[in-house]
Design a protein around this ligand. Structure first.
Ligand SMILES: [Zn+2]
Length: 400
C-alpha cells in the first residue's frame, strides 16, 4: 500500500480537524501552512527518499491512487507491508542490571504497534569493562532477558539485532587478542541458548550472534559485527558473499544493521574509533549490492540521513546518555522509530516518537545536513540542490 506525500498531506489535513490527542494537535500545528505549495509537507518522518529517487529525481515523484484508509492516529501510523520498530542503545551505566523507564515503557508499548520485527542497533547490556566478572556479565544478560527479550518473545515478536561495543566489543589488544573475549563468549552463550530464541527466519546463522542474515517478508537483513571500528577482511568477504546470495537478490529490500555508524553525527562520537573505518569503501560495497538502508546505533542521537545512494538511519537511544547532533541546536532526546516498508516502491516511512513524552519527532526540525568528520550526511528528505550556498558550505567542526 504505497503512501506518498500527497496522501500524507491529506492525512495531515484530516488530523488537523479531528481533534486527536494533544500530541497530534501539537504536531499538526507544528506543520504550519507556511511551506511553499510546491513543497509537500513532510509529515513527521514520512519521507519518500530512497536510493532510487535521490538525488536527481528528488522526492516528489509519481502520486499514486490509493486512498489513505489507514489509521489517522499519529501514534499508530498507516501500516506498511512490513513494519519494523527500531530501538537502540538500551543500557545504563557499566555493570547495570536495571534499565531506564523509557526502555520498559517502549517494550510494553511495542506489541500495540504489531510489528513484524523489532530491530535493535546494539548496546543491550552495559559491558566493555574489564573488571566485570563472568557472573556480573551473566546477570546483565539475565536482566536484559527479563526487561526486553522475554516480553517480546511472549508477544511473538521477532527480535533482530546487532552487537554493540557494550555487548561484545571486537576491539583487539596490541598483541592481537580480543580485549573483551569473555564478554563475547557470554553474549554468544546467551543468544545461542534455545530459551532465548529471537524468533528470526535465519538465512545464515553460522557466526550468530556476531554476524548473520535473516529475512522477513521479502526484506533481507544482514547484521554485521560493527562493535568496534574495524570490520575484518574475513567478515567483509562474507558480506560480499551474503549480499550476492539468491536470498539477498530475490528480496525486495535489503537492510544492513551494525552498531557503529559509517559517519559520526553526534557530539562526542566524532572521534576516530567511534565510527567505522573506511566508511566510503563500506558505503560503496553496500550501494553496489543495492542495500537500501544502513541502520546504526552508538551515537545516541536520532538522525534519518542519506549519503550517496544509501539511506542512513542513525537510531535514537532508549537508555542512558542522550547526545546532541553535531549540527543544529536541538535538545537531545530519547526516541524510537517505527519503520513501515512499502515493498512495491522499495520505500520506507518513518514515524519517530520521543520515548519520554510520546510526542512525534518532526523531521523538519532536524538539521538538513550533518557535517561529520567523514563527510556530509544529508537529512533523508533533502537533496544537495535544496541547500543554500551557506548550508552547502558548512564544514565539520568539533564541538563540546
Ligand atoms: Zn555503543
Amino acid at each position: 500500500m504505497p503512501f506518498n506525500r500527497r496522501q500524507f498531506l491529506l492525512l495531515g489535513g484530516a488530523l488537523g480537524g479531528l481533534g486527536l490527542s494533544v500530541a497530534a494537535q501539537k504536531w499538526a500545528a507544528s506543520q504550519g501552512s507556511s511551506l511553499p505549495a510546491d513543497r509537500p509537507l513532510d509529515l513527521n518522518e514520512y519521507s519518500q527518499s530512497s536510493p532510487e529517487s535521490s538525488p536527481e529525481s528528488n522526492l516528489e515523484s509519481s502520486p499514486t491512487a490509493s486512498s489513505p484508509t489507514a489509521s489517522t492516529d499519529p501514534l499508530n501510523p498507516p501500516r506498511g507491508d512490513v513494519r519494523i520498530v527500531v530501538i537502540s542503545d538500551l543500557n545504563s551505566q557499566y555493570g547495570s542490571t536495571d534499565y531506564e523507564i523509557e526502555v520498559d515503557n517502549a517494550i510494553a508499548r511495542i506489541p500495540t504497534w504489531q510489528p513484524d520485527l523489532v530491530l535493535c542497533g546494539g548496546d543491550m547490556v552495559a559491558g566493555q569493562q574489564p573488571s566485570l566478572t563472568r557472573s556480573e556479565i551473566e546477570a546483565m544478560w539475565a536482566a536484559f532477558d527479563q526487561h526486553v527479550s522475554a516480553p517480546l518473545r511472549k508477544a511473538n515478536i521477532p527480535y533482530g539485532f546487532t552487537l554493540g561495543n557494550h555487548d561484545a566489543s571486537s576491539a583487539q589488544a596490541i598483541n592481537g587478542g580480543l580485549l573483551f573475549g569473555t564478554e563475547r563468549e557470554l553474549a554468544s552463550a546467551y543468544w545461542n541458548d534455545p530459551l532465548h530464541d529471537p524468533g528470526l527466519q535465519f538465512v545464515d546463522r553460522a557466526k550468530f550472534p556476531f554476524y548473520y542474515t535473516f529475512q522477513k517478508k521479502d526484506v533481507f537483513f544482514l547484521s554485521w559485527d560493527a562493535s568496534s571500528a574495524q570490520i575484518s577482511a574475513e567478515q567483509l568477504a562474507w558480506v560480499e558473499q551474503s549480499l550476492s546470495s539468491p536470498a539477498a537478490k530475490a528480496a525486495k529490500l535489503r537492510i544492513v544493521v551494525g552498531h557503529l555508524p559509517l559517519y559520526g553525527i553526534a557530539i562526542g562520537r566524532d572521534d576516530a574509533g567511534e565510527y567505522l573505518e573506511n566508511a566510503e569503501g563500506l558505503r560503496s560495497l553496500l550501494e553496489r549490492h543495492q542495500v537500501h538502508t544502513y541502520v546504526s546505533g552508538h551515537d545516541h542521537a536520532y538522525y534519518p540521513g542519506h549519503k550517496g545512494d544509501l539511506e542512513l538511519l542513525h537510531c535514537g537511544i532508549l537508555g542512558a546518555g542522550v547526545r546532541p547532533l553535531l549540527n543544529g541546536d536541538l535538545s537531545p532526546r530519547k526516541t524510537l522509530t517505527i519503520v513501515d516498508v512499502d515493498l512495491a516502491a522499495a520505500r520506507t516511512l518513518y514515524t519517530t516518537l520521543d520515548a519520554t513524552t510520546l510526542e512525534l519527532v518532526n523531521q523538519q526540525e532536524l538539521p538538513k545536513l550533518i557535517a561529520s568528520p567523514g563527510g556530509k550526511v544529508l537529512r533523508r528528505d533533502v537533496v544537495w540542490e535544496d541547500l543554500t550556498p551557506a548550508e552547502q558550505a558548512i564544514e565539520y567542526a568539533p564541538r563540546g
